[in-house]
Design a protein around this ligand. Sequence first.
Ligand SMILES: [Zn+2]
Length: 181
Amino acid sequence: MKPGIFFERDGILNVARVERQYQVSPLTLEEFRVNEAIAPLLSKLKAGGFLLIATTNQPGLSRGYQSRRELDRMHEMLSRKLPLDDILVCPHDEIDRCPCHKPRPGLLVEAAFKWHLDLDRSFVVSDKWQDAEAARTAGCTSLLVQSPWIGKVHHDFVLPDLEAIVDKILQLRTAKREVAA
Ligand SMILES: [Zn+2]
């Protein structure tokens, strides 16, 4: 089984506009800005043997303000510009009580099943508490970028930027290997 790294989409892999202190998901390809600066960091992690998976809540799909076709076009661009292995979407509204809407861990569990991932050796990278909570429930290690949305739930690390997060992951992986040896 391989370890994976789960990345929150908005605010990590693409730029998210902030309105009244909330991040707003882009709804069209035209608005979609991939954070291309992260590509070399992702390649470094991929070379380290990790599977790279994006996860995102897109309740606009059920509420009707996000078109599936437009979302597919955005994700096509995301896969073209960043070395991701998969992009998993929760299309439900919060009130649907589905198992995959973060902070619930359904997307992580689905990915583990699909890609044969070892969740205990996997990491979650985000700027929001919902991902840290999903990580905790699924048994992954969470690393958050310092932001106004990290909340007060359990998280394993808060670091200033993605570069520091990538260094931390590589360091933790080495430490875990030494323990296992
Ligand atoms: Zn869902």
